[in-house]
Design a protein around this ligand. Sequence first.
Ligand code: BV8
Length: 247
Amino acid sequence: MHEGIEEAAAMLASSTRAVVSTGAGISRESGIPTFRDADGLWNSYRPEELATEEGFLANPGLVWRWYMERLSTARDREPNPGHYALADLEKLLPSLLTVTQNIDNLHRRAGISKIVELHGSIERFRCLENSHLHDWNDGWTSDEPPLCHCGSMMRPDVVWFGETLPRDELERAFTEAMNCDVMLVIGTSGIVQPAAQLPWIAKSVGAPVIEINIGRTVLTGMADIFLQGKSGEILPIVAGRVREMLG
Ligand code: BV8
């Protein structure tokens, strides 16, 4: 059995306010590239070109096409055993809240219902001028951003670099981290702020931090337990042990 899994499962099974914080790594086994790994998204593009409002305004078609490509990839892929194990943990631990940096909608598709999407969703769109919200419209093309009924150009309803996160989501994530009794951090390099604060907040209030990642990150040194490996392989084992412990 993976060193540390037993202890991690026991911490989760005895928790009354568990928080899970996920990054792009949890979707990697669904075939969705991460941002910083060898085949990461940013390696083919520069973030400041694409995931910023300036980048979008400078080249709306390029950024729109990049998001359309990511939207169709996300829709073509399925949640992996790691997402489903989190959905199982949510059923076993009623207080569990999942906070994700991901915009691929795979947590929801795996049946996770208590979720905070800190950086928005690739399935949602809003117009630049008035933030009118829209779901995908089959009349839209993937080449150029469509116009809203108010005439303003559409953009993905995601948080770009240099943009503040949605207040309610950020407030909820920070509050839950300040009140949690265990934090499980999965598949994140722990670089992008303010999402990267979450495990540090948990640590500051005395909650143990469990990290699942294929490699060491800036969080590994502070984590109480580091489970090295693929989240799609480790999470089902952890969820299975929690289930056995709860009987
Ligand atoms: C903000 C949505 C206020 C769009 C994203 C200098 C210092 C500190 C901060 C800053 C700074 N300069 C600017 C900032 C702020 C900036 C920031 O943090 N920059 C970083 C780069 C330093 N943050 C912001 O701008 C945020 N807004 O702060 O507002 C403000 C306003 C103005 C000026 C300053 C501040 C907004 C950030 C949100 C950006 N939007 N996404 C989109 O997706 O297109 S960020 C995007 O990248 C993701 O959402 C995610 O957050 C991030 C990627 O990180 P990860 O998810 O961790 O993914 P990554 O590839 O890095 O790592 C994957 C991990 O998985 C790896 O560790 C790998 O080992 C592991 N892994 C891989 N496979 C597996 C695995 N693990 C387990 N199993 C596997 N199979």
